[in-house]
Design a protein around this ligand. Structure first.
Ligand code: PH4
Ligand code: ZN
Length: 309
């Protein structure tokens, strides 16, 4: 089965009110853990590569590993560039076998974001590749944040419509209160669902994307901390909020931190219990299994996309 774009995945996800998981990949064990989980669950899958992952593992290694995963799993998989910051990296991934790229112009003024996104869309569409863009800046909602501050940071619904119309971009990442990493909220977790509903109503049928969507499950924080780590106070997006978002037009949910926590907790625990081990397979094998279990949990309890291939 060749790589696919996310077009059909998102169409079905939108209609059936679930989300597809987009998991970040950096090495073979992470890819294998994710793909094995999706295979067992018969779930659609997006594997995404950041600029940092490309630098760490090299483009060609990641593409070849994903090709191996396709052959091994026979699943429809979309290979996506996460947070491409300029035209050049997007072009390099389009030319280098990816089926989807993100151009992240969210830090730019609106007009510049439109221009850059349009440039990438034109290049990618001519070559059969789909594009994700971002509008608004990711930031957690703090109890003290004012409506004016929220309006200045989060995605403006009317601007989202104008942005999509002018760029013809295939999906849009929006800011409604999620943020990257393990420390998303200082107080109670909160997302701006009112804003999400407005955007969905103004863009019916259009796939939205949620970045920074790890839940940071307490048991993994505790596991990390028990074996010498320090992620005290980490807090993520509650699972019921993500399920709700999946019913409101969010078709792609990005998860990276939860995989990092699961993998690191497993390695810490193994080395603590087996200080005599120095064969990497002894700790990377269980770490791969931990990734697999985490992804299965996400597919069943957060994305609701089991059996949706
Ligand atoms: N991402 C992951 C970004 C990873 O440079 P890098 O490889 O560290 O980038 O785009 C997410 O949205 C992940 O969200 P999460 O932190 O809540 O898992
Ligand atoms: Zn992101």
């Amino acid at each position: 089965m060749p790589l696919v774009t996310s077009k059909e995945m998102f169409k079905k996800a939108y209609e059936e009110q679930y989300a597809v998981g987009a998991f970040n990949v950096n090495n073979m064990e992470i890819i294998q853990g994710i793909v094995d989980a999706a295979k067992e669950e018969q779930a659609p899958l997006i594997l995404q590569v950041s600029a940092g992952a490309r630098k760490y593992a090299k483009h060609v290694y990641l593409v070849k590993l994903v090709e191996a995963a396709l052959e091994d799993s026979n699943l429809p998989i979309c290979l996506h560039l996460d947070h491409g910051e300029d035209f050049e990296i997007c072009k390099s991934c389009v030319d280098g076998g990816f089926t989807s790229v993100m151009i992240d112009g969210s830090k730019l003024p609106f007009e510049e974001n439109v221009k850059l996104t349009k440039q990438v869309v034109d290049y990618a569409h001519e070559r059969g590749v789909v594009v994700e863009a971002e509008l608004g800046r990711l930031a957690g909602i703090e109890d003290a944040i004012s409506v004016a501050e929220r309006d200045a940071t989060f995605t403006d619904p009317d601007q989202a419509v104008e942005f999509v119309e002018r760029t013809n971009v295939d999906s849009l990442a929006i800011a409604i209160g999620t943020s990257h990493g393990a420390f998303k909220f200082k107080g109670e977790p909160m997302l701006d669902f009112e804003r999400l509903e407005k955007i969905t109503n103004l863009l019916p049928g259009y796939p939205l994307v949620l970045h920074g969507a790890s839940t940071v499950l307490p048991e993994f924080v505790e596991l990390c901390n028990t074996y010498g780590g320090n992620v005290a106070g980490a807090k993520g997006v509650p699972e019921e909020m993500l399920l709700r978002a999946g019913k409101l037009g969010v078709c792609k949910i990005n998860i990276d931190t939860d995989l990092r926590l699961a993998m690191t907790a497993s390695i810490r625990k193994h080395l603590h219990e087996h200080p005599e081990d120095f064969d990497p397979r002894k700790y990377l094998g269980p770490a791969r299994e931990a990734i697999k279990n985490m992804v299965k949990h996400k597919i069943k309890n957060v994305l609701n996309c089991s059996g949706k291939i």
